[in-house]
Design a protein around this ligand. Structure first.
Ligand SMILES: Cc1cc2nc3c(=O)[nH]c(=O)nc-3n(C[C@H](O)[C@H](O)[C@H](O)COP(=O)(O)OP(=O)(O)OC[C@H]3O[C@@H](n4cnc5c(N)ncnc54)[C@H](O)[C@@H]3O)c2cc1C
Length: 424
């Protein structure tokens, strides 16, 4: 699809910049006020930049030249019992890839340079206002969306794509309702050095009563940490000295302090029953690698919340990524959902462009909304339910989730369905 497209990229608060691009920013000089862009993407985070790249998506080649890690298994287990679920492929194929934010951002930036004949990137440029066209043509009125930038200049476009994160100014300016709440948790992230080099191709996640802790492989000796916990504990983890922090991580993965005899016996009963009915397939619990140290300055924390826009589209407007949905990181699906939005939107826009239709028309934008809301709402609801179910050590709920996890682990087709759904 050939399109004239502008991407506005604004580097916001230092914390967000830490997760965002590590770029040498250049000032915008190319866009002209009287140009009508086919598409303008407001927001140059992971999702907005990928949307712009989707015009000629070759970013994966750049990622392969930098750093990514395939994982072949995923083990998720409960700190209050022996229950676990193991996802893998029978033939040990790769299940997915762990790629750091900065690597994706760098690859997307390279790709944006490669499509610079079609995409203008407005670095250090903040959108400060949006003017929508009247619903019906009127004399002297513009049929396009107008975007006002911080330096007072304006852009006009047939389709504005809001990719400006969970506090989306585009969504607010359009008056689109957003269901949202904050969780009582923040997530601590860090890059960790393992005690010894390993194959390191397993993604680990353990549900502690205070929140899930995940260790995701980056290389033979490096893994990435995402530890969701109370705000107070997160602040403590970020400020404690390195040795204590490393001890806290190892203990969070290894300690059985939250086990009770009753739950262990009840879990063992179901495990025997499963082994009797299905004697061949046993997923033994494995222990994650131990952590030796943390990369200096890689430790930071982010408050967590859920959000969902009631509408993803309006005439001449589409929301994608966190602007449309914000999810707890326990399923590692946030940006994947954003990439799924891109794939769907590109599909619908390509069909519209091929048929010579107006890119901002609702006739194809609603197709995108239907596809993605169906998928995203199910994932948001499931993630929120899991967060709540695992945020307690109350015996009846621990028993329920122990049996639920063991039963799910025993039913391979169900696990395959879960994997297939998460990858959409
Ligand atoms: C701790 C943590 C761990 C996570 N782990 C995972 C994981 O393992 N897997 C996964 O898939 N997802 C994960 N996520 C989710 C993922 O980080 C987000 O879903 C993703 O970053 C959203 O990207 P985005 O581009 O939609 O929004 P953002 O990253 O918020 O980017 C929005 C961009 O828009 C810009 N912007 C905002 N307003 C304006 C404006 N007015 N003008 C111009 N630009 C503007 C911002 O500066 C920013 O660059 C995690 C999230 C957290 C908090």
């Amino acid at each position: 699809m050939a399109a004239r497209l502008a991407l506005s990229r604004w580097r916001a608060a230092p914390a967000a910049a830490g997760r965002g691009p590590l770029l040498s920013c250049r000032r915008w000089s190319g866009a002209k006020a009287d140009t009508v862009y086919d598409v303008v993407v407001s927001g140059g985070g992971l999702v907005g930049a990928a949307m712009a790249c989707a015009l000629g998506f070759g970013a994966w080649d750049h990622i392969c030249n930098m750093r990514y890690r395939a994982f072949r298994r995923m083990q998720v287990w409960d700190a209050c019992s022996e229950a676990l679920i193991m996802f893998d492929k029978d033939n040990l194929d790769d299940m997915g890839y762990i790629v750091e934010n900065d690597v994706i951002m760098c690859a997307l930036t390279k790709q944006l340079e490669a499509v610079s004949d079609r995409v203008t990137v407005l670095y250090r440029s903040k959108a400060v206002g949006y003017t929508w066209p009247y619903p019906f043509p009127m004399t002297d009125s513009s049929p396009w969306v107008h975007i006002t930038l911080g330096d007072g200049s304006t852009l006009q476009t047939k389709l504005l794509i809001g990719a400006d994160g969970h506090n989306s100014g585009v969504r607010q300016a359009a008056g689109i309702q957003n269901v949202s709440w904050n969780y009582d948790q923040s997530a601590v992230v860090a890059t960790l050095h393992l005690s010894e080099a390993t194959e390191n191709n397993v993604a680990w996640q353990r549900f502690l009563p205070s929140g899930p802790i995940a260790l995701l492989p980056l290389s033979d000796t490096l893994s990435s940490l995402v530890w969701s916990t109370s705000h107070e504990h997160a602040a403590e983890l970020v400020s404690m000295d390195e040795e204590k922090f490393v001890d806290a991580i190892n203990s969070a993965f290894w300690s059985d302090a939250n086990h009770t005899d009753f739950i262990d016996s009840a879990g063992a009963m179901l495990q025997y029953a499963v082994a009797f009915l299905k004697p061949t397939k046993v997923s033994a619990r494995q222990l994650p690698p131990s952590v030796a140290r943390v990369d200096a300055r890689s430790r930071m924390s982010f408050p967590l919340g859920l959000g969902h826009a009631a509408e993803y589209v309006r005439p001449r407007l589409a929301l994608i990524g966190d602007a449309a949905h914000r999810v707890h990181p326990l399923a590692g699906q946030g940006v994947n959902m954003g990439f799924g939005d891109i794939s769907s939107l590109v599909h619908h826009l390509s069909a519209a462009a091929f048929n010579g239709k107006d890119l901002g028309s609702m006739s194809h934008l609603t197709g995108y909304e239907t596809d993605r809301q169906r998928h995203n709402t199910a994932l948001l609801a499931a993630t929120d339910l899991l967060k709540r179910l695992y945020s307690t050590s109350a015996t009846p709920l621990v028993l329920l989730r122990t049996w639920g996890l063991q039963a799910t682990n025993a039913v391979s087709p169900l696990k395959e369905q879960i994997m297939a759904f998460a990858s959409k």
